[in-house]
Design a protein around this ligand. Structure first.
Ligand SMILES: NC(=O)c1ccc[n+]([C@@H]2O[C@H](COP(=O)([O-])OP(=O)(O)OC[C@H]3O[C@@H](n4cnc5c(N)ncnc54)[C@H](O)[C@@H]3O)[C@@H](O)[C@H]2O)c1
Length: 321
C-alpha cells in the first residue's frame, strides 16, 4: 500500500523504542521527525538513519508536561509510543508502569489538544486489555482488568485507562485520535524482553531456551513490517479517526513451546528447550480478530512466522549482543 506521508512534522514519543525507530526508517526521508524519549531503551542507536538531518532527538520524559508541550510545538502528527512495557519490567516497577502509561498519555493528549491543526494522534494500547483468554478477540469484546495486586495487570489497566482517555478527547474535543492494540509484535531491532527475541538470541548461540510454565500459552506473532503497514494506514486513512484497532497476525498462531521448537528448527540450532516455574499471572490464549482493521483501513499481515524468524535472526547475526 502507498502511504502519502510527506513534508509532515511528525512527533514520536518513545521514538527510540522498537516500533518508533522502525517507523522512523519509513518516514525520515520525506518528513521532519522529532523523537521525544527518555532513552530508557534505545533501538535508534546504530540504525543507518540515526543521524539523519531531518531527525531531531529530544531527551525528555512524558511525565514532564511543560517540556513535552514545548517539544511538540508545530507537530502535524503525534505518534505516542512511549510506555513502560515488557512483563519483567512491569513486574519490577508497577508504580512507574501506571504513572508513565496513564499520566504520560494524559499529558500527550493534553499537549496535542493545544496544537493548531493537528491531523492525527496515534495512541498505543495493548492486546493485554483482553485479559487472560482471548480467541478471535474483536474490538467490541469486553476488556478485562484482572485482580488488583497482580502486578501484571497494572500494564493492561494503565493502557486501558489511557485508551478511554484518548476516546474521551476524541468525543469531547474532536481530537483525531486512533488507538492501536498491537498483538505480539517482533522483528529486527526489538529491544527489551520479548519472548521471540530472547529465543532467537539464545538459539543463535546454541544456549538453553527457558520457557516459563508448561509452554502451552498461545500467541499470534506479528512481524514488524506488517505492523508498520497497519500503523501507517492508521496515520493516514480518514476512516481510522476515533477508532481502536487490533493489529496482529491472526494466522501466525502457536504455543510458546511450539514457538521455541520453530526457532530451533528454522535456525538449525542445538539449543535445548527447558521449562521453569512461572511466578506471575499469565495470558493463556491470545489471538486477534483483525477484521475491523482489514475492512476499515485495508490491513493485512503478510509475513508468516518462519519467514519472520529467519529475517529477525539475520538481523541479530549482524548485530550480535
Ligand atoms: N511490541 C509489542 O509487541 C507491543 C505489544 C503491545 C503494546 N505495545 C505498545 O506499543 C508501544 C511501542 O512499543 P515498543 O515495542 O516500541 O516498546 P519499547 O519499549 O521498545 O519502546 C518504548 C520507548 O518508550 C521510551 N520511554 C519509556 N518511558 C518513557 C518516558 N517516561 N518518557 C519518554 N519516553 C519513555 C523508552 O525509552 C522506549 O524507547 C508501547 O506503548 C507499547 O506498550 C507494544
Amino acid at each position: 500500500m502507498i502511504h502519502n506521508l510527506s513534508n509532515k512534522r511528525i512527533f514520536i514519543t518513545g521514538g527510540a523504542g522498537f516500533i518508533g525507530s522502525t517507523l522512523i526508517g519509513m518516514l525520515v526521508a520525506d518528513n521532519d521527525i522529532t523523537v521525544y524519549d527518555n532513552l530508557r531503551r534505545n533501538s535508534l542507536a546504530g540504525r543507518s538513519y540515526e543521524h539523519h538531518p531531518r531527525l531531531r532527538l529530544v531527551q525528555g520524559d512524558v511525565l514532564d508536561l511543560a517540556a513535552l508541550r514545548h517539544a511538540m510545538e508545530g507537530a502535524n502528527i503525534v505518534v505516542h509510543c512511549a510506555a513502560v512495557a515488557g512483563i519483567d519490567t512491569v513486574l519490577k516497577r508497577p508504580t512507574e508502569t501506571m504513572r508513565i502509561n496513564m499520566l504520560g498519555t494524559a499529558n500527550v493528549l493534553e499537549a496535542a489538544r493545544h496544537l493548531t491543526g493537528v491531523e492525527r494522534i496515534i495512541n498505543f494500547s495493548t492486546s493485554e486489555v483482553f485479559g487472560r483468554s482471548a480467541f478471535r478477540a474483536d474490538e467490541a469484546n469486553l476488556t478485562e482488568i484482572g485482580a488488583v495486586g497482580e502486578a501484571r495487570w497494572t500494564y493492561a489497566v494503565s493502557k486501558l485507562a489511557a485508551e478511554h482517555l484518548a476516546k474521551a478527547y476524541h468525543q469531547e474535543f474532536g481530537l483525531p485520535v486512533v488507538t492501536l492494540r498491537p498483538f505480539n509484535v517482533y522483528g529486527p531491532g526489538q529491544v527489551g524482553e520479548g519472548a521471540l527475541r530472547t529465543f532467537i538470541l539464545r538459539a543463535l548461540k546454541h544456549q538453553d531456551i527457558e520457557i516459563h510454565g508448561d509452554g502451552n500459552q498461545i500467541r499470534a506473532w506479528c512481524y514488524i513490517d506488517d505492523f508498520i503497514e497497519g500503523l501507517l494506514s492508521s496515520m493516514t486513512h480518514p476512516r481510522a479517526i476515533g477508532e481502536s484497532f487490533n493489529i496482529g497476525n491472526s494466522r501466525a498462531v502457536v504455543t510458546i513451546f511450539g514457538l521455541a521448537q520453530t526457532v530451533v528448527r528454522v535456525l538449525a540450532s542445538q539449543s535445548r528447550i527447558l521449562f521453569t516455574n512461572k511466578t506471575y499471572a499469565d495470558v493463556e490464549l491470545r489471538v486477534p480478530s483483525v477484521q475491523k482493521a482489514r475492512e476499515l483501513i485495508g490491513f493485512e499481515a503478510k509475513v508468516d512466522l518462519e519467514e519472520g524468524v529467519r529475517r529477525t535472526a539475520e538481523f541479530y547475526r549482524n548485530h550480535q549482543e
